[in-house]
Structures are given as C-alpha cells and as structure tokens.
Design a protein around this ligand. Structure first.
Ligand code: NAG
Ligand code: NAG
Ligand code: NAG
Ligand code: NAG
Ligand code: NAG
Ligand code: NAG
Ligand code: NAG
Ligand code: NAG
Ligand code: NAG
Length: 885
C-alpha cells in the first residue's frame, strides 16, 4: 500500500520496460491465438497466431474463430505502406518479430521498412472500479523508432468494418460520426438489431475513436477499397475522400465493398512515434432484462451519454495505461515466485476471465440507477449460451478472489435472488439462470442430475465470496436457501449415484461410471462450508449439525475412496483422476480433508499416470481429455513439485500454436486437439480460465465477515480470521485504483445523482412516454427495418416505441438502434466545433453531427427505459404501440 504512488510513477515505467525488454528478444510463449480487444462476451477479438500463419497477414477474429472482425492498420513510411493489422489490400505486410502477452496487453513487435513498431492492444482490467471495468472499449496504440537512425515521413491509419455488429455480410448497417471536446468517433450498428443471437451480438453498436487533440487528423467513413487505396497511394501524405452517398448500406455492399470507419493522421517527418492511440468499443444497451427489469452496464451510472463515456475513456488513456502496467507488474511479480510458465498462464487468462461477464445495474423509474442493485451476468463463453453457469463461476473464482473479490458476489446475487423466489422450488441448486444469453429465463427445471454439483458450487462460492470480500450480506439475506442446499447435500453428497459434474455432459469428458468420488468430495466440503456460514450467522446449532455431518461423511468417503494407497475416481473401481475439488477445502481453509489425502493424490499425480505431452487426463474415464481449469485447481492443491508438473502440462498446451483456438479449456492430453473450431463446446475463450489464478488465490487472506443487519440495528460481526497485511485483493484494488480514484468515483456518483434529481424535478409527474421529437437531420430507426427512413435527411417524429417484451423474464430490448447519422469526412477542415449540425463538407456530403445528438439520443433512451420500467413495475399493459407489430 505504501508504494501505491510509486507504482504508478515513471520510475516503475522505466523499470518495467527494462524488465520486459529481454523477454522480447527471446519469445518463449506461443499461444495459438492472442487477445486483441477482449472485454465482454460479445466484445472479444483475437488474432490467430498458429504456426505457419503470418500474424501480420491475418484478419482478427471473434473468439469463436468463425467470424472475421474487419480491423485494418497501416503505417506509411516515406510513401511505402505496410499493414500492422489485418490483411488489407493494397500494401505490404510488416515483418512480425515477436508477440508479448501480459495480463492486460498483447504487444506485437514489428518492422515496417526502417521503422520498428510496438503495436499494443490494451484491454483494461480495473479491479474495484466497476464503472471502468464494465465499459466495453479497448485501446490499441503504436510506439515506434527508426532502426536506421534517420527521420522519415510517417502516416498512420486504422479502420473497422460493420462486421463488428453482425455475423452476416447481408445485414443492413448505418453509421455516423461525432465529435466531443477531446475525441472524434464513428459508430456503426445494424438497421435490424435483434437480441436473439448466438455468439456475435446482433444488437450492438461498434465505435472507433481517436483523440482529436492531435494535428493532421482525418476521420472518414468510406468503402474499404477507396480508403485503403487512397491511404496507401504512392507519395508522402495522403488524402481520404468518402465515396459513400448515404449513411446506410450493407456490411458488404452488392459491389463487394465494405463500408469502413477510418481515422488517419499525418505525423510528418520524424524518427520516433510516441504513442498514438485509437479505441474500439462494442456497446449493447440494455445488456439484458432480469426479472422483468431492464439492466444496463454499470458505467452508465457515471456517464449520461455514450459520447461522455468515450470522451472520458480517451482522456483517461495515459492513466489507464499506467494502471494497466502497474497491474501487469504486480501479477507478474507474484507469478515469478511460482514459475515463468505460471506467469504465462495468468497472462493469457486474465482478460478472458474478466470478459466473461457484464456488470449491470437496474434503473429506477426516473431513469436513475439503483446503485445497491449490482448484478453480474456471465455467459458460458466457449461452451454454451447458459447464463451464470455455477461451474464456470467456480472455475473462475480464483481470479475474482485475487483481482476483485466483490465480483463473485455480483455473480451470485441473481442466482440467489432467483432461487430464493417462488419461481424456484427444487431442493437442490440450479445449474444456471437458464439459456440463451442474453435472455435470462431462469432454470426451474429438473436438474437433479447435477444436484450435488450445483448445490456444492453455490455453498462454496458463497463462503468464498464472504471470506475474500468480508461482505456477509448474501449469507444474511439467503441463509434459509443456503441451509436447504446444505440439507440436500447431507442426504445426497456421499452417494451421488448417477449424478455427474456439469462439465461431463457433451464435452468428450465422458464420465460413464456412477458415484464419482470427486463429486462426492465437493458435496462434503460444501457441507463444512455451510457449517462456517452458520457460524458467521451465529447459528451454533446449525453449525454443529453441518460440522458433524461433514466430518462423518468425510470419514465414510475416505473409507470408500482411499483403498490400498490409491484414491479411486469412482467407488468400487480402480480408476484415478484429478481430484480437483480438494482446492475448495484449501481456499476456504476448512481442513475437512485430512493431509494424508492430499499426499496420496499428489503422489498419484506425480507418479502414476504418465504425464502426457499436454498434461494429465481428467480421469481414466475421460478418453484422454482434460480441462486446463481443473488441472490448475489440482495443481494449487498439491505440493510444489506436483504443482509445477501439472502447470507445465497446461503450459505446453497453452503455448502450442499447432492446434488453434482462443485459449481453450478442453483438449486431449496426447494430441493437444480439442473438439475444434465450430464444435461446441470447445472451451474457447472460456472465463473458466480464471482458474489459472488458483495458486494466487491460496494467498488471499480471510477477511472478517460482516453480515449487515436487515433492520439497521447493530450488525452481528463474526471475527473469522485476522485480516493479513498481505491481502492481495485489498492490495490490488487499493494500490492500483487508489484512494483518489475512489473519491472521484464517489464524487461522480453524487454529481450524477444530483443531476438526475434535477431532471426528475423538471420532469415532475412523468408517468407516460413523452412524444419524442427528432431534431432536424437526425435519423431515428427503431429496429424494424420497415420503419427506417429511406432518406437520411428526412425528419422523423416518433413516439418511442417499446417492442413488446417477451413472456416471463425473457429479454425485450427497449433500445433498438437509434442512430443518427450523417456520412462524410471529418477532416481537419470539417472538424470545427459542432455548433452547426447540417453543414455540407468540402466533399459535398453532409458533415458530422454533434455532441447534442448523442445527448438527445441518450435522453431518448432514458425515456424508453422509463416506459419499460413503468410497464414492469406498475403493470401497464405490455402491448406494443399500434403500428409496431
Ligand atoms: C509457433 O511456435 C513456434 C515455437 O513452437 C515458433 O517458432 C513460431 O514462430 C510460432 N509461430 C507463430 C506464428 O507464432
Ligand atoms: C512451424 O512452421 C515452420 C514454417 O512453416 C515449420 O518449419 C516448422 O516445422 C513448424 N513447426 C512445427 C512444430 O510444426
Ligand atoms: C510493396 O512492396 C513492393 C516491393 O518493395 C513495392 O514495389 C510496392 O510498391 C509496395 N506496395 C505498396 C502499396 O507500398
Ligand atoms: C466490496 O464490497 C464491500 C461492501 O459490499 C465494500 O465495503 C468494499 O469496499 C468492496 N471492496 C472493494 C475492493 O471494492
Ligand atoms: C518496444 O517495447 C520494447 C520492450 O518493452 C522496448 O524495449 C522498446 O523500447 C519499445 N519500442 C518503442 C519504440 O517504444
Ligand atoms: C512452494 O512455492 C511457493 C511459491 O509459490 C513458495 O513460497 C514456497 O516456499 C514453496 N514451498 C516449498 C516447500 O518449497
Ligand atoms: C453408488 O454406491 C452405492 C453404495 O456403494 C451403491 O449402492 C450404488 O449402487 C452405487 N451407484 C452407482 C450408480 O454406481
Ligand atoms: C471406516 O473404516 C473403518 C475401518 O475399516 C471403520 O472402523 C469405520 O467405522 C468406517 N467409518 C465409516 C464412517 O464408515
Ligand atoms: C477463515 O475463515 C473461516 C470462517 O469463515 C474460519 O473458520 C477460519 O479459521 C479462517 N481461517 C483463517 C486462517 O483465518
């Protein structure tokens, strides 16, 4: 904590670049894909780095490796163009020299003619700062130096295509450009947005932004063919001219051309490029509807408009980069105490673990946010469209414990709220909140097949969250529900029969025999966790009941499992496997499992099944398949020798660029092959890789759990352990974010609430939607393509329609794409203050609109939410307005 300020100082930056420099010279880590912009389940862009491919001539892909995300980057040096991203034509590829992966960054070091470039893709990880963590934007920035010591004429260019907002080339898109005080950005969205999608969002708006506080900047929307050939044309400098007549088209037009959103700049003659940054974002709003209430990403509580949020993101860049470097340094230093291989694994895992979810707030009827209703929703990325799958949260738990312990609580809250409601009546816990993301229908069905698995996951997660955050509110609120699961486990954990862990289905991990000992173990550990939960509540009788049961069941489990110096994988059979649930006993510091079991398991893993090229099979029942997350759980529960052996198997796979895929969890230990691209589930980009933090999580100290009293009387506090000075969670959240940031954040909330209150006063008595008056030159399109004005300049007066919400809890987007838009170029001459909104640019096409547009848009969206809210909370009939269905 003492060195918080110094961490962010230049001294450390200097230290860092010296420290990492040797790593570049000798790259030792070769993943088959590296994260470029990875922040949410629908904003997850990767670069394929398989052997034999040239990363400099490869289009970035969505995480599923089935969809190109058009994103091209060029540098022009003395009139010769080289691309540093994608496979754009024309131009030559830069020469790829090395790839460096840190927890927050991927750095491509490339040579473009006489210039050596570091192309850095930074996806921020913001522990303890949920406004920043939930903002779906990433930076890419360039630094460069001439290797011949000479100055050169330098121009830079970046564009993105409409492929960021749909899976289908034929989808209609519309785009526009805006300018804030510090930033110029383009946006593109579908003209027919829908929340019914599989992996690629079909209801998102993609943004491409750059700081406008730099000279010789040109921002323009045009076709890929026109803009890229204009930029790369021979000669120093460039001119870019929009060649699109309107602001609507298809992702790929009938002429085969893609509209692209470009920002380019001329640096003049220099031998050094000092950090030129762009940002890319993919915004879905709302994120989803839960229990009839639309939920928006957390950052909206800090920013009234998307322009405001983008502006803040761009202005924050130097500080964001310093925080990212400090966090990288902290993680890598901790990892260095384990091994360089471990450092590689956590580096590759961090962004995908944090990008598996959306952190959301519900909105109050006046459009303000209920700051005490934070809920996070994880998608089972890489495997299915399940929402908040308990086994994936369990797998990712170590990352949350280390990075930001409160996130576990935000993920558990909706699971507990749903299962504590009258909609759920099973005696065991549900596997998830239903499917498909982003709808959250709940999962009331018969899932007794996974009853021990899910009840065990929930109790372990609830206690882990309480211990690592000190927050006992979930325990206080849902104690009776937790007891129901504890009781279920007392009756069912020891003999799970044909029950299976969640990942046994459809994953090639065929677990054909019943009575899986590792599953029974999870249930028994969870009963002991329930005893601790009872202790936190001061319920001594309950505590004794669960403790007695756990101890006795443990004894029986040992009798059934530990036979002749072996630990069986299923009762009565001489099989073995990764007894990964042992980690829960260690993480929760329960000591319900005797030390001898750990020793036996470690000796089995280090001696018995030979370590294959890519590690140890999950079990002798699993067709030689394994999971990297459960392997790391096992590693962390073992002695250092066995730990390092298991880590090295997972590292061999993570660093093999022969098989492909975005850091997958599931593969064959002999071949390294997984089920493959497009085969589901394949574990690509799964947040379960948060399990790489397992070794770290063991060092996260217990906090004193405080259960807030419901009535506001003195809260019962359970002093369960001395908070250690080495608390990782505290050190990171405190050290990296810093007290100042927290103060700013609180100040921001206060200002925002004041503003909202003012608006509410002005809108006193707002009970029904106000007719919405579109300003001149603003195109309003509400998701139904038949409503889209044919002319971009036609004015529209619309009552904001609410599309009919689906039945039950299902998703109904009140957003739709509401995009204003005027195409055209935002070259230096046309980027004067945005006062005039309908001014022809030099190219004869309408020039861009203003900040005001976005505020109106945002205000309008707020109105729409209010209508939704009124409907949801006051039982207003949910039909769509006439003419909209
Ligand atoms: C693939 O990995 C090998 C080392 O195993 C490395 O030499 C090669 O450069 C890598 N290819 C790419 C594209 O990263
Ligand atoms: C990687 O690719 C290079 C060049 O194509 C080839 O020579 C080498 O054998 C490959 N490595 C492996 C492990 O396949
Ligand atoms: C690509 O490189 C070749 C060979 O150096 C050169 O002739 C050509 O002009 C380059 N293309 C562009 C677009 O710069
Ligand atoms: C976690 O949440 C608790 C209250 O729920 C709060 O007191 C604490 O400051 C939070 N910790 C961090 C690191 O944000
Ligand atoms: C690129 O990164 C390496 C390693 O951090 C550093 O040594 C080098 O100075 C950087 N180059 C530039 C131009 O910033
Ligand atoms: C095991 O490794 C940790 C670092 O992860 C180290 O602190 C500890 O001393 C090691 N234990 C033994 C017994 O060597
Ligand atoms: C599980 O074990 C119990 C007790 O040994 C046995 O009665 C039962 O048949 C077993 N079930 C399965 C599916 O193996
Ligand atoms: C476990 O086995 C021991 C020795 O065979 C026996 O004494 C004990 O009763 C058994 N305990 C349970 C709970 O089955
Ligand atoms: C951690 O907390 C649990 C209760 O939640 C307590 O039983 C245990 O003793 C504590 N462990 C340490 C090392 O403080």
């Amino acid at each position: 904590m003492l060195c918080r300020r110094t961490l962010i100082s230049l001294g450390i930056l200097q230290f860092w670049s010296n420290w990492i420099a040797p790593a570049l010279a000798q790259q030792t880590f070769f993943p088959s894909a590296v994260p470029l912009a990875v922040r949410t389940p629908t904003f997850s862009c990767w670069l394929d780095t398989r052997n034999g491919s040239n990363p400099m001539s490869t289009w970035p892909q969505f995480w599923n490796d089935q969809h190109v995300l058009g994103w091209a980057g060029y540098i022009k040096v003395d009139g010769m163009a080289y691309h540093w991203l994608g496979q754009p034509i024309p131009g030559n590829a830069s020469t790829w020299l090395a790839t460096t992966v840190t927890p927050t960054r991927t750095i491509l070091t490339v040579q473009a003619g006489p210039m050596r470039l570091n192309v850095t893709f930074l996806s921020p990880i913001e522990p303890g700062d949920w406004a920043r963590q939930s903002f779906p934007f990433s930076y890419v920035y360039l630094d460069g130096k001439a290797t011949d010591g000479q100055s050169h004429s330098i121009q830079l260019y970046s564009d993105i295509s409409g492929e960021w907002v749909t899976n289908d080339f034929g989808t209609g898109i519309q785009w526009s450009s805006s300018q804030t005080s510090n930033t110029v950005f383009h946006q593109v969205g579908s003209t027919t947005p829908t929340n019914a999608f599989k992996d690629m969002a079909e209801d998102a708006i993609a943004y491409h932004a750059i700081s406008s506080v730099q000279p010789n900047l040109v921002s323009v929307v045009g076709t890929d063919q026109a803009l890229r050939s204009q930029f790369t044309a021979a000669g120093e400098g460039f001119t870019l001219t929009a060649d699109l007549a309107g602001n609507v088209g298809n992702v790929r037009g009938n002429d085969g051309k893609f509209p692209v959103l470009a920002h380019a700049l001329n640096l003049g003659t220099t031998d050094t490029i000092t950090t030129v940054a762009w940002a890319v974002g993919v915004v879905r709003d709302p994120i989803l509807t839960f229990a009839g209430v639309p939920r928006r990403a957390y950052y909206w509580s800090q920013h009234g408009t998307v322009s405001d949020a983008i502006d803040a993101f761009m202005t924050d860049f130097p500080a964001a980069r310093a925080r990212a470097i400090a966090l990288d340094q902290k993680i890598l230093q901790d990892a260095a105490a384990v091994s360089p291989e471990y450092a590689d694994l956590v580096s590759l895992a961090t962004r995908q673990a944090m990008a598996g979810m959306e952190i959301t707030l519900s909105t109050l009827p006046d459009g303000s946010f209920n700051m005490s209703d934070v809920k996070a929703f994880m998608k089972d990325v890489g495997n299915s469209q399940r929402v908040n799958p308990t086994e994936a949260i369990y797998a990712a738990l170590p990352a949350f414990m280390y990075l930001d312990a409160n996130i576990t609580g935000a993920l558990l809250e909706p699971l507990l709220e749903y299962q504590g409601s009258s909609s759920y009546s099973n005696s065991y816990a549900a596997p998830d909140l239903g499917t498909p993301f982003p709808s959250v229908p709940g999962n009331p069905g018969n899932n007794v097949m996974y009853g021990v698995e899910n009840s065990g996951n929930m109790l372990i997660l609830v206690l882990a969250h309480a211990q690592s955050s000190g927050d006992g509110s979930l325990i206080g609120k849902y104690y009776d529900l937790l007891k129901r699961w504890g009781d279920y486990l007392i009756s069912n954990a020891l003999i799970p029969g044909q029950q299976t862990p969640a990942d046994a289905r459809d994953t090639g991990l065929a677990q054909t025999h019943g009575n899986i000992t590792n599953l029974a173990l999870k249930g028994i550990i969870a009963i002991q966790a329930m005893a601790e939960i009872s202790q936190v509540m001061g319920q001594t009788a309950d505590e004794q009941k669960y403790e007695t049961a756990a101890k006795s069941l443990m004894q029986s489990w040992i009798n059934l499992t530990s036979v002749s110096g072996q630990l069986r994988w299923t009762y009565g059979a001489s099989t073995f496997g990764l007894m990964y649930n042992l980690l829960a006993d260690k993480l929760l510091k329960l000591n319900v499992v005797p030390a001898s079991i750990y020793t036996t398991e470690a000796s089995i893993l280090s001696n018995n099944p030979p370590q294959q090229a890519f590690g140890i099979a999950l079990s002798s029942d699993s067709n030689s398949n394994t999971r990297s997350d459960w392997t790391l759980f096992s590693a962390a529960a073992a002695d250092n020798h066995t730990r390092d052996l298991l880590i090295s198997g997972v590292h061999n796979h993570a660093s093999s660029n022969l098989t492909g895929g975005a850091f997958p969890t599931l593969y064959n230990v002999q071949t390294g092959q997984g089920p493959g691209v497009g085969a589901s589930p394949n574990g690509f980009a799964s947040p379960a890789q948060g399990a790489m933090f397992s070794v770290f999580a063991l060092n996260v100290a217990n906090k004193t759990v405080v259960v807030p009293s419901p009535a506001g009387s003195a809260p019962p506090a359970s002093s369960s352990g001395v908070p250690s000075a080495k608390s990782n969670a505290g050190a990171i959240a405190g050290g990296v974010v810093g007290g100042v940031a927290v103060l700013l954040l609180l100040g921001g909330v206060a200002i925002f609430l004041r503003r909202r209150r003012g608006q509410r006063d002005r809108n006193d008595g707002l009970e029904a939607p106000r007719p919405y008056q579109a300003p001149p030159n603003m195109v309003a399109v509400f998701g139904d393509s038949s409503l889209a004005p044919t002319s971009p300049s036609s004015n529209s007066n619309h009552v904001p329609p609410s599309r009919a919400p689906g039945a039950g809890l299902s998703f109904a987007s009140p957003k739709a794409a509401l995009m204003s838009g005027v195409p055209g170029s935002l070259g230096p001459e046309s980027m004067s203050p945005p006062a005039s909104s309908h001014q022809p640019s030099s190219s004869g096409v309408g020039s861009s609109v203003s900040r005001g547009t976005d505020e109106l848009r945002s205000e309008m969206e707020r109105l729409r939410y209010e209508v939704e809210q009124l409907r949801a909370t006051q039982g207003v009939p949910q039909e769509a307005p006439p003419g909209y269905d």
